[in-house]
Structures are given as structure tokens and as C-alpha cells.
Design a protein around this ligand. Structure first.
Ligand code: ADP
Length: 271
């Protein structure tokens, strides 16, 4: 909209009633997007009006995880209509703004900043109770832009139990705090594999990625920031979660009594 005044970001207005949570991670592949989509559906199941902004530039996997890989937003006048999931969660993805699905986004900071602002201000979100932002891993341009445009966003850091992942996750958390955002908690994903051969009484857990990462990130950030950053939940490794993501039907809906779905609902309840 060259020359025209930019529309304001509704979630940045003083009276906004929408809770904004940015889901961040240090490393890629730790399950940040899986946590985002399942949290969104769990919050929607509580009766909340939920939106997702998928701002993960290179790994924009949110649409596929929700069965919306080929969906395109429609436009009404100069507003973009987000794509709804069957359960009514509104979704916009950086992948939906590309002309072609297989196109690679090689945007520099200013372009990314514009894409983020566009997804926040040019999309018709209506009245949302909760907006979840799936950030790219790391501490890059999108995190900086977000800090500038939505300083009130609260950050949830996803890590695995692994030492190396935790160390990088701490950096992502510290970055958010440098942008004056509050880190409200840590989700430890892939925490353990419930032994498939155990009886319920035995309940042996295989610590595939070690242990302690979530606690470590929570402790480090708590002492660094001077306020309590709790572990909001530990999500086990679960075939159902991976399968649900692959077929576009997240585990919260596809297998609601599975161990990961129960843990993810616990995180939603803790927000
Ligand atoms: P990120 O967004 O951090 O890159 P994803 O959410 O895309 O990570 O997850 C990476 C892969 O790991 C996906 O295939 C996903 O299905 C799988 N995955 C994530 N969390 C779990 C889990 N708790 N159990 C089993 N598979 C998982």
C-alpha cells in the first residue's frame, strides 16, 4: 500500500484484550511448531477464540500440520482473511504469502519485518482471545521485529532435555527479554519415551535425549531475569504426535488421550 498510512497492529493497542504468546526455540526441530498448533487447538477446545501467525520463515510447517498445506487466504477489499481450521482456529502463515508453495523465502530483515507486520495488521483477525506466534528458531530478525512491534507479547521457550538444546534455548529466552518481552515459561518437548513394553505399574521411561534441559532453561532464565520462569509442561515422545502432524490432524484432536495430548492440554491449562 505504497504511500498510504500503515494500518495499526490491533494487538499492540493499549486496550487490546488479546493475549499474545510467541513460541520460541533455540534450535530447530525441537517441536516448536507441533507445540504451537496443539496448544492452539487445546485453547480453542476451552472455548477461546484463537489465531496462529506462522512466522517461521524457513520451516513454515504450521499449515501442513493443520491440514491446510494448500489453503490460500482470500482477500476482501484490502484485508486478508485468515484460513480457518475445522475447529475454528484462524491461521496465517508466511508460506501463504508466497506466490508458490515451493518458492524459497530468501528475505532480508526489512522484508521479514514487513511480512510480520502484514500478518499482524493486514489480516482480519476479528476479536481473538489468544494469538500464538510460531517464531523461527534462534534469535534472528523476526524475533527483533516482534519485540519492536509487539513488546507486550509473552514468550514461551521450547527445548528438549538435551544440554546443547537447552543452552541455545537460553539464548532465545534472553533475546526475548532484551526486547522487553516477558518469558512466561518453558516447555520441555521429547522429554522421554514411555516404555512401550512396560505395564502401567512399571512405567519405565527412556530418556532418549537425556534429562534436565527444561529445568535448566527455567532455572537459568529465572535467575537471569529475577522472576519465576516455570516449566509449563513436559511432552513425551509420542508416535501419535508425529503422525498427527504428518497427516494434518494434530494429536490433541486425533488422539486426545495419548500421553502427549494429555501433557499438551496441561500446558494450555497452565497459561
Ligand atoms: P520445530 O518447529 O521446532 O522445527 P517440529 O514441531 O516441526 O519442530 O517437529 C519436528 C519433528 O518432530 C516433526 O516431524 C514432529 O512431528 C516431530 N515431533 C515433535 N515433537 C514430538 C514428540 N513429542 N513426539 C514425537 N514426535 C515429535
Amino acid at each position: 500500500r505504497g504511500g498510504q498510512a500503515q494500518r495499526e497492529i490491533p494487538f499492540a493497542q493499549p486496550g487490546s484484550l488479546t493475549k499474545v504468546y510467541a513460541i520460541a526455540s533455540g534450535k530447530g526441530g525441537v517441536g516448536k511448531s507441533s507445540v504451537t498448533v496443539n496448544l492452539a487447538l487445546a485453547l480453542a477446545a476451552q472455548g477461546q477464540r484463537v489465531g496462529i501467525v506462522d512466522a517461521d520463515v524457513y520451516g513454515h510447517s504450521v499449515p501442513a500440520m493443520l491440514g491446510l498445506a494448500d489453503a490460500r487466504p482470500t482477500q476482501v477489499e484490502d484485508l486478508i482473511m485468515p484460513v480457518p481450521t475445522p475447529s475454528g482456529v484462524s491461521v496465517i502463515s508466511i508460506g501463504m504469502l508466497k506466490p508458490r508453495r515451493d518458492q524459497v523465502v530468501a528475505w532480508r530483515g526489512p522484508m521479514l519485518d514487513r511480512a510480520l507486520v502484514q500478518m499482524l495488521s493486514d489480516v482480519y483477525w476479528g476479536d481473538l482471545d489468544v494469538l500464538l506466534l510460531d517464531l523461527p528458531p534462534g534469535t534472528g530478525d523476526v524475533a527483533i521485529s516482534l519485540g519492536q512491534h509487539l513488546p507486550g507479547a509473552e514468550v514461551i521457550v521450547v527445548t528438549t532435555p538435551q544440554e546443547a538444546a537447552a543452552e541455545v534455548a537460553e539464548r532465545a529466552g534472553t533475546m526475548a527479554s532484551m526486547m522487553h518481552q516477558r518469558v512466561i515459561g518453558v516447555v520441555e518437548n521429547m522429554s522421554f519415551l514411555p516404555c512401550p513394553h512396560c505395564t502401567p505399574e512399571q512405567d519405565h521411561r527412556l530418556e532418549v535425549f537425556g534429562s534436565g534441559g527444561g529445568d535448566r532453561v527455567a532455572a537459568t532464565l529465572s535467575s537471569r531475569f529475577g522472576y519465576d520462569v516455570p516449566v509449563l509442561g513436559r511432552i513425551p515422545l509420542d508416535l501419535s504426535l508425529r503422525e498427527g502432524g504428518d497427516v494434518g490432524k494434530p494429536v490433541i484432536e486425533a488422539d486426545p488421550t495419548s500421553p502427549s495430548a494429555l501433557a499438551l492440554r496441561g500446558v494450555a491449562d497452565a497459561l
